[in-house]
Design a protein around this ligand. Structure first.
Ligand code: HEC
Length: 111
C-alpha cells in the first residue's frame, strides 16, 4: 500500500512538471556550438518557463525559425509583461536551441 502511495505521488509530481520537462535541457555542448554562454542559455530557458507558461503550453524552440520567433515573442511582449532584457534573453534561448536541435536531427538522419 505504501508503495502505491509513493507511486501515485511520483506520478502526480511528474504531471506538474511535464511541460517544462518537455523542453530541451540546455547542455554545455549547446553553449559550445552556439558560442552563447551556458549561463545565458539557462537564464533564457528559466525566463521562458516563468513568463510564457501561464496562459498556454510552452512551444518547443524547434517549432519556429528565428524570424518567426522574433515575431511571436514581440507579439507576446505586452501579454507576458516582458522587459527588454527578458525579450533579449528569451529570444537568445529560443533562436539558439531551435538551430541546434534541427541541425542535430539533420546530421543524425544523414548518417
Ligand atoms: C497573458 C497570457 C499569455 C502569456 C503570458 C503568453 N501568451 Fe502566448 N498566446 C496567448 C494567447 C491568448 C495566444 C493566441 C492569440 C494570439 O496569438 O494573440 C497566444 C499565442 C502564442 C503563440 C502563437 C501560437 C500559434 O499557433 O501561432 C506563440 C508562439 C506564443 N503565444 C508564445 C508565447 C511566448 C514565447 C510567451 C512568453 C514570452 C507567451 N506566449 C506568453 C497568451 C499568452
Amino acid at each position: 500500500m505504501r508503495l502505491l502511495t509513493h507511486l501515485a505521488a511520483a506520478l502526480a509530481l511528474g504531471g506538474v512538471f511535464a511541460c517544462a520537462a518537455g523542453l530541451p535541457a540546455v547542455t554545455a555542448r549547446d553553449a559550445q556550438v552556439s558560442g552563447v554562454s551556458l549561463h545565458e542559455l539557462r537564464s533564457g530557458r528559466d525566463r521562458y518557463v516563468a513568463k510564457c507558461s501561464g496562459c498556454h503550453r510552452l512551444y518547443s524552440p524547434a517549432a519556429y525559425d528565428d524570424d518567426v520567433w522574433r515575431f511571436q515573442v514581440d507579439d507576446m511582449t505586452a501579454k507576458a509583461k516582458l522587459t527588454d532584457d527578458d525579450v533579449a534573453t528569451i529570444l537568445t534561448y529560443l533562436t539558439t536551441m531551435n538551430g541546434n536541435e534541427s541541425r542535430e536531427v539533420a546530421s543524425r538522419s544523414a548518417d
